[in-house]
Design a protein around this ligand. Structure first.
Ligand code: UT7
Length: 323
């Protein structure tokens, strides 16, 4: 049985850091409110010339380096993003060009904050189906470009950045002991569209638009949706929370992360949290959190890792892999 095994990981963050106190005077807020309600202390904000493509390229190059591979070894690029450089062509193709790659195929995938979980699942299916051997799966965002900087209920929550994995098709035994992607559960439900959306687009307003969110409404659904897909993955893999080594959730709000871990019975010490450092970077948040926990030596080869995300649409999903 073919398994998609992680070969390398990389990330990229714009150098400019915006602290909570930097909002004071911009909108009516405080460091205390932001920390208490979200756990966020700072976020990285793209400067002029920094884009989803440039951040995605930097994360991809770091992932290739950690895998000991060249761009030429890659035959598929899937980029999860809701903030592409252009309406078309896909930013994945721009990253392909920036990497000097003229073979294989590349496309963008849009599932907002769940984008990376969707993209990893999609790339896994291509690898297991034999259509590609090695894939770059990237989550890259510049949400700072679609924020309404006068809306305190959203502008303090998001940040920019990118993370990438190199995955490779490897023959496994078909058991839970295999390295690679082991189980996934994806969901969406468009009836929640108006709770988290962007109020513009090519086919409606002809503009890019700004992010709008009914935060309390999203919060209300988040924990239940997250735990549903995680339990589906547990059932599919025949495991329970105690078998996990690490839980790497989407980084939107520390309260959602804590409540989900508690409901699932996942010990606090197994939870990777980076929302304090990065804010919500949408599709980049899971690979960024993974890269932090790999770089500091927490996640090691052979560890059982659970990923999850939930966001606009709504979309939500969970994925189990052995590192
Ligand atoms: O990644 C995609 C998924 N997105 C999420 O998971 C986000 C989910 N939602 C959340 O994380 C939370 O709902 C928020 C952090 C967005 C808000 O926290 P909350 O505890 O749900 O607060 P709230 O929306 O109920 O607002 C409480 C109060 C309101 O004032 P009133 O109406 O009680 O007088 C807001 O106007 O806090 C006010 N408020 C703020 N105050 C200071 C809203 N934003 C701010 C702010 N600073 N930045």
């Amino acid at each position: 049985m073919i398994r998609s095994v992680v070969r390398g990981i990389g990330s990229a963050l714009p150098p400019r850091i915006m602290k909570n106190t930097d909002f004071e005077g911009v909108v009516e807020t405080s460091d205390e409110w932001i920390v208490q309600r979200t756990g966020i202390r700072q976020r990285h904000i793209a400067g002029s010339g920094e884009t989803t493509a440039s951040l995605g390229e930097a994360a991809a190059r770091a992932a290739l380096q950690s895998a000991g591979l060249d761009a030429g070894d890659i035959d598929l690029i899937v980029l999860a993003t809701s903030t592409p450089n252009h309406t078309f062509p896909a930013t994945a193709v721009e990253i392909q060009q920036r990497l000097g790659l003229r073979s294989g195929f590349a496309f963008d995938l849009q599932a907002v904050c769940s984008g990376f979980v969707y993209a990893l699942n999609t790339a896994d299916l291509y690898l297991r189906g034999g259509a590609a051997r090695r894939a770059l799966v990237i989550g890259a965002e510049t949400f700072s470009r679609i924020l309404d900087w006068s809306d305190r209920s959203t502008c303090v929550l998001f940040g920019d950045g990118a993370g990438a994995l190199v995955i490779e098709a490897v023959e496994g035994k078909g058991s839970i002991a295999d390295r690679g992607l082991l189980a996934a559960s994806l969901r969406s439900d468009g009836c929640h569209m108006e709770k988290l959306y962007v109020d513009g687009g090519p086919s409606t307003t002809g503009t890019v638009g700004h992010l709008r969110m009914e935060g309390r409404e999203v919060f209300k659904h988040a924990v239940g949706m997250i735990t549903d897909v995680v339990e589906a993955v547990f059932a599919d893999a025949g495991i329970s929370a105690k078998d996990l080594d690490w839980f790497v959730p989407h980084q939107a709000n520390k309260r959602i992360i804590d409540a989900s871990a508690k409901k699932l019975g996942i010990a606090e010490k197994k939870v990777v949290t980076t929302v304090d450092l990065h804010g919500n970077t949408s599709a980049a948040s899971v690979p960024l959190a993974l890269s932090v926990a790999v770089a500091d030596g927490r996640i090691r080869q052979g560890d059982l890792v659970l990923l999850e995300a939930m966001g606009g649409g709504f979309t939500w999903g969970a994925l189990l892999l052995r590192w």
